[in-house]
Ligand binder design. Structure first.
Ligand SMILES: NC(=O)c1ccc[n+]([C@@H]2O[C@H](COP(=O)([O-])OP(=O)(O)OC[C@H]3O[C@@H](n4cnc5c(N)ncnc54)[C@H](OP(=O)(O)O)[C@@H]3O)[C@@H](O)[C@H]2O)c1
Length: 162
């Protein structure tokens, strides 16, 4: 699967994706790409891509503290399209929050495991790709997949972005 990466380091930028996305659609028609997606895209660009060809994935910045795509995630879930949050742990400076630490200590685990568990519980179409160069962090991050957050935990974590 190939994502068309849009926008810039400041985030998604408005504008038509028709020309570059058409090139990917042609490559798909030639059998060179199986599935298409878009990354760093606005909701309007997601809709424009969908008017040209089916997409299976949107990869945008999203985490406990940055929830610009809440509505988009829900809309994609209704269409069974994957949402892949980049910077799921906050990116270059991992998330820090007293609420996150409090929930982690209550569950006897680490803040990063809770941050990933929250994403997995946020919506069934969320697919995680947290990056790490450390095997200790990898083990910690995998632990997140086995955690179940209670409604009380979720309510506390939901306040972080507000
Ligand atoms: N489409 C796009 O525009 C776009 C943009 C950015 C990123 N991405 C992709 O999105 C994925 C995720 O991005 P990312 O890896 O940069 O963001 P991230 O998962 O939010 O954060 C990675 C950072 O968190 C640290 N980290 C990971 N696990 C940790 C843990 N358990 N405890 C403390 N620190 C931890 C890592 O350092 P250590 O190495 O020390 O663990 C690294 O500095 C990657 O595959 C990346 O290529 C896509």
């Amino acid at each position: 699967m190939v994502n068309l990466r849009l926008g810039n380091a400041q985030g998604p930028q408005p504008g038509s994706l028709a020309e570059p996305f058409e090139t990917l659609v042609e490559l798909q028609q030639q059998g060179l790409i199986q599935h298409l997606g878009v990354s760093n895209a606005t909701a309007e660009q997601v809709a424009q891509a969908q008017s040209m060809a089916p997409i299976v994935c949107v990869q945008n910045m999203y985490n406990l503290a940055y929830r610009h795509d809440d509505e988009l995630i829900d809309a994609l879930a209704r269409q069974a399209i994957a949402y892949v949050p980049f910077f799921p742990l906050g990116g270059f400076s991992p998330l820090q929050s007293s609420a996150l630490s409090a929930v982690a200590s209550r569950l006897n685990t680490t803040p990063m495991s809770v941050a990933l568990a929250w994403l997995l519980q946020r919506s069934p179409n969320i697919l995680l790709i947290p990056g790490t160069s450390s095997t200790a962090h990898l083990h910690e991050n995998v632990t997140g997949a086995g955690l179940t957050l209670s409604n009380e935990d979720l309510a506390e974590l939901d306040k972080i972005a507000r």
